[in-house]
Design a protein around this ligand. Structure first.
Ligand code: DC
Length: 218
């Protein structure tokens, strides 16, 4: 029997991670935040003095990434970097290295290994198109750039003293453009993915929508 997978792809700061984690909790499924793997790789490269432009060297680091997800902590070389990988700088680096085909290939099998019984919910950009093309349910979760910038702003301001909304909006727009324009696994809604626009939707409603679709698909 194939193991169920729900893929939730979409742009930065759309809230897909929050929705995916809650859906996983409700179903008792594992959860994989694939963006965290790209962020970890970018941070790992930076810490080893490897340029984000050096495809072969970054891919080598990605292949042997010493990362562990455990009880809400994200360990890199044993250090909890759950907050460090959320910085705008590391996010930008993740977007740069995610455009490199060798890096994407290096992370492919690692992502597939998270498919364990009774099921997996995963979020990213290409989870439905490349990593789990046979997923049980595929969703493209998005929200307008303004709404996403507002959500990221609130998230940052709760952790740091200051955050700059126009700058965040600009970063989000740039990152969307880079993620959508790249030749490998670009950010886009695939024909077999259901669209979930959460611009005017609460997290609870978004979770209910995903659970409803999943109920219909099994
Ligand atoms: O979802 P996120 O913002 O944490 O992702 C960080 C970066 O990683 C983002 O710019 C795109 C990239 N990414 C990707 O290319 N493919 C994935 N499956 C997940 C993330």
């Amino acid at each position: 029997m194939t193991i169920a997978v729900i893929t939730i792809d979409g742009p930065s700061a759309s809230g897909k991670g929050t929705v995916a984690a809650l859906v996983a909790e409700k179903l008792g499924f594992a959860y994989l935040d694939s963006g965290a793997l790209y962020r970890l790789t970018a941070l790992h490269a930076r810490r080893h003095g490897v340029s984000w432009a050096d495809e072969a060297a970054v891919a080598t680091l990605a292949r042997t990434l010493p990362a562990v997800f455990c009880d809400g902590e994200i360990l890199l070389d044993g250090e909890n970097v759950a907050d460090a990988i959320r910085s705008e700088e590391v996010g930008m680096g993740a977007s740069v290295i995610a455009a490199l085909p060798q890096v994407r290939a290096a992370l492919l099998e690692r992502q597939r290994a998270y498919r364990v019984a009774p099921g997996l919910v995963t979020d990213g950009r290409d989870m439905g198109s490349v990593v789990f093309p046979d997923a049980t349910l595929k969703i493209f979760l998005t929200a307008s750039a303004d709404v996403r910038a507002g959500r990221r702003y609130k998230q940052l301001i709760s952790k740091e003293d200051s955050a700059n909304l126009p700058r965040i909006l600009q970063d989000i727009t740039e990152r969307d453009a880079r993620d959508a324009a790249r030749s490998v696994a670009p950010l886009r809604q695939e024909p077999d993915a259901r669209l979930l626009d959460t611009s005017e939707m609460s997290v609870d409603l978004a979770v209910a929508a995903v659970l409803g679709w999943y109920g219909q698909s099994v």
